[in-house]
Design a protein around this ligand. Structure first.
Ligand code: MTE
Ligand code: MO
Length: 383
């Protein structure tokens, strides 16, 4: 594999793996703004970053269970109505390092910043599919039905040098309200190479692994994608499953991400001056479920206070359904008196009243995905 032509990256990123390049911002940089600048947006790759030089010749071919396949160039995709969707992307491996502390798991280590919130600009996949004769759908059916597979141009070791791929149900892909995009912009700029230039899929509310970058082909298929990252990775197993008794076929590929909440204003462990301490971070849930509440404890979980939430930098209103971005995280904040050394905990509740597991042990899994356990940081009070 050729890693000699990687794009430049911000020097402050914490690099978790060099080749393929995997990096995340530090905690404070992550919550410095509601919309994450692309420089500070985590980068999660499985191979070298592809180079697309001739943008006029770049195309996406749609084929499979269709009467006629169709080749779309960038100009065809740009002709479709453009949508800007604010959506949080989270890697299923976010907070894996902490899960590994209980019992070792396999995978790239991540602290708490394998997540970011961006404004993605592009065409709705539902509009694109209409061009090949697939009518718009308005209901999501989870079982049965066809699937839409996304194939990239990158080369991954796990696919024996083949491209990264993933699929979602056709009922989601063809539903305009699911806001699945073929995105060519991130935060008002053309996508950069790390994030999928010139075109990527964005599947809001779903683990990042299904938002395929450097899209080259879309296949309409009868069964879900059989690629490595759908069938042999990114599945949630119970704690009893280990590498000797694993049967990948017993679980379905993970799609929606569960409710998550992280304190970013403090490292574990932090030293603070006794007195008022600001505690802030992010909370997000999958499937378009907004955040209903963020609870913070400064006495190790004995008592809880509700934090304020915001979806716009600087304006600290409690977001209500009417003006909240349903696919996006909320930033939370609370100021508390910390007089002694203690453990600070944050946990969120989503709009379906889903809560987070208290202990990481309860959700430990060998691939180290979906660590959504209560987030804890120890603070030492000292003058
Ligand atoms: N698409 C391709 N083609 N190759 C990849 O390695 N990684 C996936 C997804 N799409 C990947 C990909 C994973 S696991 C995640 S979490 C997101 O991209 C990360 O997107 P980002 O690097 O833009 O943050
Ligand atoms: Mo990921």
């Amino acid at each position: 594999s050729d890693y000699s032509k990687e794009p430049p990256r911000h020097p402050s990123l914490q690099i978790n793996a060099k080749e393929p390049f995997n990096a995340e911002p530090n905690r404070l940089a992550l919550i410095a703004s509601y919309v994450t600048p692309s420089d500070f947006f985590y980068k999660r790759n499985h191979g070298p970053i592809p180079i697309v030089e001739d943008i006029d010749r770049y195309s996406v071919v749609i084929s499979g269970l269709l009467e006629h396949s169709k080749q779309l160039f960038m100009k065809d995709i740009r002709k479709l109505p453009k949508y800007n969707v604010t959506a949080t992307l989270q890697c299923a491996g976010n907070r894996r390092t902490a899960m590994s502390k209980t019992r070792t798991v396999k995978g790239v280590g991540w602290d708490v910043s394998a997540i970011g919130n961006a404004v993605w600009g592009g065409a709705k996949l539902a509009d694109v599919l209409e061009l090949v004769g697939i009518p718009k759908l308005t209901r999501i059916t989870q079982f049965g039905g066809k699937h839409v597979e996304f194939v990239s141009i990158d080369k991954c070791k796990e696919e024996n040098g083949g491209p990264y791929k993933a699929s979602i149900p056709l009922s989601q892909a063809a539903n305009p309200e699911a806001d699945v995009l073929l995105a060519y912009e991130m935060n008002g700029e053309p996508l950069n190479r790390d994030h999928g230039y010139p075109l990527r899929v964005i599947v809001p509310g779903v683990i990042g692994a299904r938002s395929v970058k450097w899209l080259e082909a879309i296949n309409i298929i009868a069964e879900e994608c059989q690629g490595f990252f759908m069938q042999k990775d990114y599945k949630m197993f119970p704690p009893s499953v280990n590498w000797d008794n694993i049967d990948w076929s017993t679980r379905r590929p993970q799609m929606d991400f569960p409710v998550q909440c992280v304190i970013c204003s403090l490292e574990d462990v932090s030293t603070v001056k006794p007195g008022k301490v600001k505690i802030s971070g992010y909370a997000a849930s999958g499937g378009g479920r907004g955040i209903e509440r963020v609870d913070v404890s400064v006495d190790g979980g004995k008592t809880w206070m509700e934090a304020s939430r915001s979806q716009k930098k600087g304006i600290h209103y409690i977001a209500d359904d009417a003006n909240s971005d349903k696919w996006a995280w909320v930033l939370f904040e609370i100021t508390a008196d910390i007089l002694h050394s203690t453990e600070i905990i944050a946990k969120a509740v989503d709009s379906a009243a889903n809560v987070q597991p208290e202990k990481v042990e309860e959700i430990w899994n060998l691939r180290g995905i979906l660590n959504t356990s209560w987030h804890r940081v120890k603070v030492q009070a000292s003058h």
